[in-house]
Every structure is written in C-alpha cells, then in structure tokens.
Design a protein around this ligand. Structure first.
Ligand code: SF4
Length: 66
C-alpha cells in the first residue's frame, strides 16, 4: 500500500519511533528474506534512510510487529 509522504515524515518517524519496516516484522528472516517470499526491498529501513527525498511510504499489509 503506497501512501504519499509529507516533509514532516522523517522527524515524526524518529520522534514517535514508528515501526513499519521489515526489520521490525515477525516474518523477517535472519537471511533478510521475507518468510512469505514477498519482495521486500521497498519495505526495508535502509530504503528510507537512503532516500531522504522519498515521496511515498510503502506499507506491507502483512507486517506483524515482533
Ligand atoms: S511480511 Fe512484509 S513487512 Fe514483513 S518481512 Fe515480509 S515483506 Fe517485510
């Protein structure tokens, strides 16, 4: 699910400690694959750190907080 991203996102992400990336998901395996075999490059934390000007958040509907 793609959601438009405002300029305040990165500040709020840190302030409220948002957890929405694969690294915080119960289905994220040690070898960095998704247990359900979803392509996960867009859900990884690094994708947000590397793309400061990113314009959308890509939520995974199967995210399960660990
Ligand atoms: S279910 Fe979604 S959020 Fe969880 S590891 Fe797989 S791709 Fe990532």
């Amino acid at each position: 699910m793609r959601v438009p991203l405002g300029p305040e996102f990165h500040d709020e992400c840190e302030r409220f400690a948002f957890r929405f990336c694969c690294e915080d998901c119960a289905y994220f395996l040690r070898d960095e694959r998704c247990a359900h075999d979803w392509p996960n490059a867009e859900h990884r934390r690094a994708a947000y750190a590397a793309e400061v000007a990113r314009r959308e958040i890509v939520f995974c509907k199967e995210f399960e907080l660990r």
